[in-house]
Design a protein around this ligand. Structure first.
Ligand SMILES: Nc1ncnc2c1ncn2[C@@H]1O[C@H](COP(=O)(O)OP(=O)(O)OP(=O)(O)O)[C@@H](O)[C@H]1O
Length: 329
């Protein structure tokens, strides 16, 4: 992973459509989503619960639930479209090139296996490796996240929540992937532990060179830690771009609503608020812009037509008719 060119694209998601088939129809969880991720980059994806963040993450891993499908679009990872890959090919990429730290470490770790066994299992599952070597690599991975080797034989219940989460990160790192997807990795932890873990992730990212997609409902956290931000609303990216720029000049009324609801940059946030109403049912999303029923600036056109994500400058895009034509400024 050394000597990478900073501007090289690692992942290009194009017009991705994914969702769930249920008796009453199709749940439009990810609808025409596009974004880019550079090697070594840190993309934050924010949005309220149910807006499709986890579906997007699992679509990239090709680990969608049985009733879910990718209907359209592409996911170019190092030039290969993951969408078209057979499962055997995807198995060679999953965990090796792209790994994931799941939402809740409490449930993701196997309670009856020691953390050492769980880490070495990942290594053995992806190649012929002697037990002693797998053990050394597992201890090394634990060391990266500041877990001492004498914890190798500990069971998950013997560890604190923060330690379990760091074990999950060690597991995601163990095969030296290019991309780690983190889905609410610190949400269950208190603020101090959360901050320590995020600092650790940033430090490792700089030394090892992997890229991160960090998914959370906590936009105030993302603004601090991401290079690039994507704001999702009801299955769509409504605003996308450089984090500082988006923070200093949010354009979409939804992003502005989220920014206005920050309690503090360091305080604990339990849920995003500050916007009247609730997100739509993705089984029957509203016509036009999906945010229009909640938007304080909705115009006639917003009810009829869905605005495309358009560049307002090279590092900032928004999907909103209030900014239609802004690309010509
Ligand atoms: N197995 C399923 N069958 C049908 N619909 C589903 C299924 N799983 C998720 N959904 C729906 O898909 C939409 C997107 O869900 P998703 O979990 O991706 O959102 P999210 O933003 O990650 O939310 P959270 O932060 O709560 O995890 C929601 O409307 C959800 O109800």
């Amino acid at each position: 992973m050394m000597n990478r060119q900073k501007s090289e694209q690692l992942l290009q998601c194009r017009n991705l459509v994914a969702g769930y088939r249920i008796k009453s129809g199709f749940v439009h969880a990810v609808d025409d989503v596009s974004f880019d991720l550079e090697r070594g980059g840190f993309l934050g994806i924010a949005g309220e619960s149910g807006c499709g963040k986890s579906t997007l993450a699992f679509a990239i891993m090709r680990l969608l639930k049985d009733n879910a499908t990718i209907e359209n679009g592409s996911l170019f990872f190092k030039g290969t479209d993951l969408v078209g890959l057979r499962e055997e090919e995807m198995k060679k990429i999953r965990w090796v090139d792209i790994s994931m730290a799941f939402q809740s470490a409490m449930n993701a770790l196997n309670p009856v296996l020691s953390i050492g066994e769980q880490l070495t299992d990942v290594i053995h599952a992806h190649g012929e490796v002697r037990q002693s070597e797998a053990r050394d690599r597992a201890i090394e991975a634990l060391k990266l996240v500041d877990i001492p080797r004498d914890r190798f034989n500990s069971y998950p219940h013997q560890l604190s929540g923060g330690m379990k989460q760091r074990v999950m990160i060690a597991m995601a790192l163990i095969l030296n992937p290019d991309l780690i997807i983190m889905d609410e990795p610190t949400t269950a932890l208190d603020v101090v532990v959360q901050r320590t873990i995020i600092e650790k992730i940033q430090e490792l990212r700089k030394s090892l060179g992997f890229s991160v997609i960090f998914i959370t409902h906590d936009l105030s956290l993302l603004v601090e830690i991401s290079d690039t931000l994507a704001i999702m609303y009801a299955g769509k990216i409504v605003e996308y771009g450089n984090s500082d720029e988006l923070f200093n000049m949010p354009l979409h009324p939804y992003t502005i609503g989220l920014m206005n609801s920050f309690p503090s940059l360091t305080g604990k946030i339990t849920r995003m608020g500050g916007i009247e109403g609730k997100p739509p049912d993705l089984l029957n999303p509203p016509e036009g812009c999906r945010f229009h029923p909640r938007c304080p600036h909705a115009m006639d056109i917003c009810e009829k037509s869905c605005p495309a994500l358009q560049k307002v400058d090279p590092r900032h895009s928004v999907a909103c008719f209030l900014h239609k034509g802004a690309e010509n400024l």
